[in-house]
Every structure is written in C-alpha cells, then in structure tokens.
Design a binder for this molecule. Structure first.
Ligand SMILES: [Zn+2]
Length: 227
C-alpha cells in the first residue's frame, strides 16, 4: 500500500482485519492503530493535513449519544463511566508517553474519506503530541501526528517529491469524473490517485486536470517511464 491508494470499505476492512465502524481504532487485529479522517464540508470533526502531507492534526471524538444529551457541547471524555480509558484516553496516554518519556512513538495508519465508502491512504504517522483545549463550549482533544512511513508493508519512508498530498476536494472531483475506475482499463481494483505530470516535475496536486485514477498495473507501467 502506498500514499494515494484508493480503498473501498471492503479493502479497508481487509487491511485492518475487522469491521471498522468508528474513526479512532486502537489496536486493530491486523493494521495496528487506524484513524479515519474527513475534511469534507459537513465533517463532524476538525481534522487537518498539511499541504505536503507530512503533518496531521486529528480531533478526538465525542461522548456517545447514548450517554449524554448533547455530545457537541460536552467535554470529550477521557474515561468511560466504568473508569476505563476511552479511545481519546488511550491515544492521549500514548502521545504523553512519547512526549514526556521518549517511549514509542505509537504509529497510526491514516485514511482520508473521499466519499461514502471510499478512502485514500495518507501514510503511517507517528503520534507525537496531544492537547486538551477549549473549543467553543467544551474541551476537545487535538492529536498531532507526523508522517513516518509511506508504505506499512515495507516500512519505507516517504519521498514527498513523488507522493504529494492531493486535497480532499480534488480527490472527490477526480473520483467522480473517472467514475471510480482506472482511466486506462476500467478496473475498479487496486486504484491509485496519479499525477499525470509528476509532482517532482512541477505537476500540480491542486488541479483536477493533472490527477487521474490508475490501477496498480497501469500505475506501475507509468512509473517505469520515468526511471
Ligand atoms: Zn488499469
């Protein structure tokens, strides 16, 4: 898996080894830790990724609706009623272990929502810091993460000259235009967002005209042209 790879819900489930239902996933059966983020207009949380794709700020998650009347005006919980840590609390503990004692950092695979049921891989990130800050009427967790690996299978380090972050709205527009298929062969498997003119050669990540969907086979054959 590489940055820019497009995953259906089934592929995401295969990666993590379970039915992902929530944004924050601590110790999944296969994929370590997983964060799902969304920067779409109506997204419930304030997630942010830097233009070069190397930094993420991820907001913690609210109290569940079954436990409080107005989650959006209630401090995000660190502990459950039973006293056990919530996902916020578990990841906070990991972040503080690293910040205060140099243990870790904990690595989290991050996926960004393109549309319902479609995600792109943003990389494996190190959880390096956390704050618990006032946001309007309540307090929220803000997790800070730094890109560590571009490929979780090989643990290779990213080369940002080639793997430049494509903004969410561009990904969504390209996915719609290309109808979720490889533009060369029409395949719907192992898809990838591809820069037509590579970023390293001055191609833009912000222009719909410069981004296309390719399958793994056609992405690879294209890559060879530039070796
Ligand atoms: Zn293809």
């Amino acid at each position: 898996m590489e940055i820019g790879q497009i995953l259906s819900y089934d592929e995401l489930r295969a990666f993590s080894g379970f039915q992902i239902q929530h944004g924050m996933n601590y110790s999944t059966p296969k994929g370590g830790h997983v964060f799902l983020m969304s920067m779409r207009e109506n997204a419930p949380y304030e997630d942010w990724i830097s233009e070069d794709g190397s930094l993420v700020e991820y907001e913690g998650h609210n109290q569940t609706k079954s436990l409080c009347a107005d989650p959006e005006r209630t401090d995000q919980p660190r502990r459950n009623k039973s006293g056990s840590l919530t996902k916020n609390g578990k990841f906070e503990e990991e972040a503080l272990k690293f910040k205060n004692h140099g243990i870790g950092p904990c690595k989290i695979s991050i996926f960004n929502k393109v549309k319902d049921g479609i995600w792109t891989f943003c990389g494996v990130f190190s959880l390096i810091d956390v704050s618990y800050v006032q946001a309007g009427p309540r307090k929220v967790f803000r997790f800070k993460l730094q890109l560590a690996e571009s490929n979780p299978q090989t643990h290779s380090v990213v080369d940002l000259r080639h793997d430049r972050m494509i903004p969410s709205e561009i990904q969504a527009a390209v996915f719609k235009r290309d109808q979720g298929r490889c533009v060369k062969c029409g395949s719907t498997e192992n898809l990838h967002f591809d820069h037509i003119l590579p970023y390293s050669k001055g191609g833009s990540s912000k222009k719909v005209e410069n981004i296309q969907i390719l399958c793994a086979k056609h992405n690879l054959s294209k890559g060879n042209r530039f070796v």
